[in-house]
Design a protein around this ligand. Structure first.
Ligand code: MTE
Ligand code: MO
Length: 539
């Protein structure tokens, strides 16, 4: 019967039914793509690949806007936006197909091709990964045609039962009045729709369960990490290293509170048993290390404050942890760095790249790490499990590759991810300070108030912080006990605030005597400058 149905219907399908066909076809495509991806290669899930490719293609100002506007939920915003676009397209595919399934099928297929292209463009997805968007596209087109057919049958049956439809007029449920109970065609369409919706939901759900960032490895591998964490501890954090009671962060940031910035829409899950780190390029001997090989190098624990170049003045992208790992210097020396190797070009499991000046990684005092531990625990998945780079004094985009798999000694002629997008090559962290209390637009009691915050100049150290109110004289702040010159330093001061509005500002001085510049610079290309200022009202 289905074979003889004409391509063009005698009468258009009701708009809602046509739109429903489009939406359910899209759901079937997404659900099946998700499921196949989970079975074959998690990172080939079409929606994810489209999102990731969109992130890579997004012009820099828009990306900066997204980070500013949505902060760490910028990825949720992107996914929500993609959902809306997809829904609009699905409804459209349905609406243009009221007279026949062909236009919608073409639209669904076109959308599928975008998914296939996005998956093929991912550096972190193998050829097999193309299966997911191909199956998704096929499922989408097939479900669309199938539902469309069922809807057309239901419509034809309605004609046959004498209830000639009067267009979109109200009261067109005359059919039921005229005694015609729901025909088999209509029932078939309803059952098909419910089945497709349920199937897509189950497939998508199962798929996301398994793609939900399961990192790890065999129990033996996990134990290897546990043993490796048993390294000499960091120098203990002294009492008085923070001014928590006055509103500063804790000196050590708990892992769950540590800022997160990366281009990965879903957290890469790396299996420790198959994980390797290659060290190659301009070296005397290539290294190809498994986790056990890496852990045989001398292990250390260092307290380091990481900072993101995208941190606006007063921003949140700064945190401190005790990182356990192996000095990168030792690994580079084992490989033997050839002259002329200007940068260490690192690559992550998801295709992100960074270029770190080789000289910085070879400095013993700087002590850059291949870290596998963070505050006594294996690196959390979001922070780069199993192994990441951490380089004191350099912004993360040039020096802190997570989910690390490859180190290539090369020249600066090879541009890394953010360098290609116009960011600075060497990425030294700039002298900065931030007011944490009062928070912006806070209402505070008039009179004596504690002002407190943080300051940082990693690898140089903070020597002084000053505070002023309403452009008045600078007054020195009290500094917390210093831990080392690779971490932030907290400060506090008491100020008198008369009733009314006030502007509080701070500025830091580093150990070289450099005073923080008031000149405002935006984060692009090499980090923000300027004084943080906070407005509050006393009464
Ligand atoms: N694989 C990968 N590593 C990455 C990034 C990334 O996008 N992908 N972002 C870098 C940037 S810009 C920063 S600031 C730090 C942030 O590390 P965190 O998320 O653990 O705080 O990771 C760096 N390492
Ligand atoms: Mo960053």
């Amino acid at each position: 019967m289905e074979d003889v149905r004409p391509e063009r219907l005698p009468r258009p399908l009701p708009a809602t039914v046509a739109a429903l066909c489009g939406v359910l076809a899209a759901a079937a495509a997404i659900g099946s793509g998700q499921l196949v991806a989970a079975l074959v290669e998690p990172r080939s899930a079409p929606l994810l690949a489209v999102g990731n490719t969109a992130i890579d293609l997004t012009p820099e100002p828009v990306k900066q806007f997204a980070i500013r506007a949505f902060g760490e939920s910028d990825k949720t915003a992107l996914l929500a936006g993609m959902g809306v676009v997809l829904l609009v397209f699905a409804v459209l595919a349905g609406l243009v197909s009221r007279r026949g399934p062909r236009p919608g099928s073409v639209l669904v297929a076109a959308f599928g091709i975008v998914g296939i292209a996005a998956v093929l463009a991912r550096p972190d997805v193998g050829v097999l990964g193309v299966l997911a968007p191909v199956v998704a596209t096929a499922a989408g087109v097939w479900v669309f045609r199938w539902l469309h057919g069922a809807a057309a049958d239901a419509d034809a049956e309605r004609d046959a039962s004498g209830g000639a439809r009067s267009g979109d007029e109200p009261g067109s449920d005359r059919e039921t009045e005229s005694g015609g109970e729901r025909g088999p065609g209509r029932r078939r369409f309803l059952v098909s729709s419910v089945a497709v919706a349920a199937g897509a939901g189950v497939a998508g759900g199962l798929g996301s369960l398994t793609t939900g960032g399961r990192s790890g490895g065999s129990p033996a591998a996990q134990q290897a990490v546990g043993r490796a964490l048993n390294a000499p501890p960091a120098q203990p954090v002294p009492a008085g290293a923070d001014f928590r009671a006055d509103g500063t962060p804790t000196f050590i940031t708990p892992n769950r509170d540590f800022y997160r910035v990366d281009t990965a829409l879903s957290v890469p899950s790396v299996d420790l048993d198959s994980w390797r780190l290659r060290v190659h390029g301009m070296v005397d001997r290539e290294l190809d290390l498994g986790f056990a090989d890496l852990a045989r190098f001398p292990r250390v624990t260092r307290t380091i404050t990481m900072t993101c170049v995208s941190n606006e003045v007063g921003g949140p992208y700064i945190s401190t942890a005790e990182f356990t790992g192996v000095p990168i210097r030792d690994v580079l020396l084992a490989a033997g760095v050839r002259p002329g190797a200007e940068q260490v070009f690192s690559t992550s499991a998801d295709g992100f790249t960074a270029g770190t000046p080789t000289d910085a990684l070879l400095e013993a005092e700087r002590g850059a790490l291949l870290a596998f531990g963070m505050n006594g625990e294996p690196l959390p998945a979001q922070h780069g499990y199993p192994v990441r780079m951490v380089t004191p004094g350099l912004y993360g985009y040039v020096s802190a590759t997570k989910w690390l798999t490859d180190l290539e000694l090369t020249t600066f002629a090879k541009p890394a991810y953010w360098i290609e997008r116009g960011w600075g090559q060497r990425g030294p962290i700039k002298l900065q300070s931030r007011i944490d209390r009062p928070s912006g637009f806070a209402k505070v009691p008039a009179g004596r108030n504690a002002v407190a915050g943080i300051a940082w100049a990693q690898t140089i150290g903070i020597d002084a912080v000053e505070v002023r109110v309403d452009g008045g004289p600078w007054q020195p702040a009290q500094l917390s006990t210093e831990v080392n010159d690779q971490t932030w330093r907290m400060w506090r001061a008491d100020v008198d605030l008369a009733p009314g509005g006030h502007t509080v500002e701070c500025r830091a001085t580093d150990r070289n005597g450099q005073v923080q510049t008031p000149r405002r610079a935006s984060v692009l290309p090499d980090g923000a400058t300027g004084w943080h200022s906070v407005f509050c009202t006393a009464n």
